[in-house]
Write a protein that binds this ligand. Sequence first.
Ligand SMILES: NC(=O)c1ccc[n+]([C@@H]2O[C@H](COP(=O)([O-])OP(=O)(O)OC[C@H]3O[C@@H](n4cnc5c(N)ncnc54)[C@H](OP(=O)(O)O)[C@@H]3O)[C@@H](O)[C@H]2O)c1
Length: 262
Amino acid sequence: MKLAIFGASGRMGQAIVRLSQAEPDIQIVGAIASPSDPHLGRDVGELSGIGTLGVEISSDLNAGLLGADVVIDFSIASAIHPLLVACEKHGVALVSGTTGLDEVAQARLLQLSKKVAVVWAPNMSRGVQVLAEVVAHAVRRLGLDFDVEIVEVHHRRKVDSPSGTAVRLADAAREVRGELVQVRGRDGLVGPRKPDEMGIFGVRGGDVIGDHTVHLIGESERLELTHRATNRDLFARGALSAARYASGQGPGRYTIADVLGS
Ligand SMILES: NC(=O)c1ccc[n+]([C@@H]2O[C@H](COP(=O)([O-])OP(=O)(O)OC[C@H]3O[C@@H](n4cnc5c(N)ncnc54)[C@H](OP(=O)(O)O)[C@@H]3O)[C@@H](O)[C@H]2O)c1
């Protein structure tokens, strides 16, 4: 599988380059970064600490995708539109883990999926997929007497809030209780909690890779369902599995559940 990486010099981009070296069927053919990236021109393998790969980090999207079967994107929401155009132009499947995408970007992903395979997942880990399934089950079993609130904790450099994973978990709750309305934090004289509220809170600090807790709070008892990521290699491995999956698929919009075969 010939792989390009968009956001190649970032934390996730480097993790993917590093881990892909243990996968003999994967060849990195393109490494794309922003036009102002200080690492432009450097070898992506050297930047990632695995030695020379012969692939320079470049901001030239078209050159970076040339010859690729799949591109893995971990960048920022504002950078994704030109990537989608280039994927369509070159017929390259897309695996994106970038969070904070708005409705326009989601609609464009759907449009692209009519031409190539597209996997977008706000969390590439098996554990979070299972957590979402457990949340849906718990919300169904506990019923209307339990309030649902979500707290996520991430490192101080994260730029979007709430996390895409928190929104994914909120969606899992809403699949069962469609009346739930997201409340993004509370401040001031907000009054008593309404039954259809679902608070989502983002905590930021230090180097936390990503913790998510779904609180299910009833009278005299409560459940706290938590996932903690302790190493971002977890997400990089998931993205590589998704890339392998996407390279074998025709056009379509696929989820991490499809990749994991659940
Ligand atoms: N789905 C998951 O499992 C998962 C897991 C972890 C993270 N994420 C998400 O993945 C994204 C990246 O996370 P990260 O921790 O790797 O962040 P990061 O270290 O900040 O990396 C993002 C990279 O994107 C680059 N970029 C910005 N504009 C670009 C452009 N126009 N073209 C190409 N590259 C561009 C940035 O380059 P400059 O610094 O030069 O701007 C940076 O190197 C975030 O949205 C995060 O929430 C998802």
